[in-house]
Ligand binder design. Sequence first.
Ligand code: GLV
Length: 321
Amino acid sequence: MKSRVLITLPLPAAVLGPLKTKFDIQVWDDGPMPQLQIAELAKTTDAILCSLGTAITADLIRSNPQLTTISSISVGVDHIDMEAATAAGLPVGHTPEVLVDSTADLALALMLATTRRIVEADRFVREGQWSSDWSTDFFLGSDLSRATVGIVGLGPTGLAVAKRVRAFGANVIGWNRTEREVSGVRNIALDDLFAEADIISVHTAATPETHHLVSADRLAMMKPGAVIINTARGSVIDESALIAALSSGRIRAGLDVYAQEPIAKSSPLLVLDNVVLMPHLGSATAATRQAMIERAYVNLVAGLEGKPLPWCANPEAYSSR
Ligand code: GLV
C-alpha cells in the first residue's frame, strides 16, 4: 500500500507528478488551508508536506500518532509546534542554505529602496507630482558607502548581508546571541548596535527568546533617520512599537515579514510613506524555490522510507521515539 501524503498548498505539476507515482496524495489548493480541514484530512495521512501558511499545532501532532514526517518548504519552522513534534518523535524537515543568497539580496534591495526612497519617488512620479525643477534637496536619501550597518544575528543570511554591504563600502557591526567572531564585522552589544547603526538588518530566527527582541526601548535608541530592515520574522520586532516610531517620522523601515501574515488590511503600516513593504518574498526567485521544493521532496521521501531526513530541524526527535 502506498504511503499517504497531505500537501497543504498548490505545487507545480512537475513536482506533483513524481509524488503521485510514489504516494497516495491529497492536495489542498484552495488558498490558506483552514485548521478544521487540516485536522480532518490529517487523520488519514502518514506525512504532511506544507509551508509557512499552514500552522501545524501541538493538538494536530498529538491527535495523529500515525504521522511519520512533516516536511516544510521553508527554512523557518515557527509555524510548526516543534516542542510537540520532538516530544512525539516526529522529524520535521526544512530547507536550509538554499535561500540564503536570495534573502540577503532582498535585504539589500530593501536597504537601497529605503535609503534612496525608491518606492516613494516612484509613486511621486506616477501620480504626476513631478512638476518642479531639479533642486539640490529633492528626495534626498543616504549612502550605503557612508553607513554603519548593524547585523542582528550572524547566521548564514546575516553573514551574506554583511558580505554584500561591505562590498558597498559600509562599516559593519554585528551581534549574535552566542558571540561569533567574523572577519570584517565588529562585534558589539545589542543596545550599542541600535544606538550606532545607520541601517539595522534583522536576521534572527523566531524563537521564544527572540520574540520582540527589537523592543520599543531598542527602537527608541535608533538614530534619527536610521533604517531598520526585517527579512527574518515579524515576531522579532514589536510591531506596535515600530508603527509608533515610524508614525513619528523618526526612522524608516523596509519589511518583508510581519506580526500577522498576510498583513491586516487595517494595518497602519499601509499608509506610511517611510516604510517599504514586501509580502514575504525573501526566497521568491525561481531557482531558489526550485531548490527548496527539491529539499522538501527529498526530506519527505526519506521520512516515508524510514530514513533520517537529510535536512532535519529537530534531529533530537529521533532519540525521543
Ligand atoms: C522563509 O521565510 C522561510 O522560512 O523559508
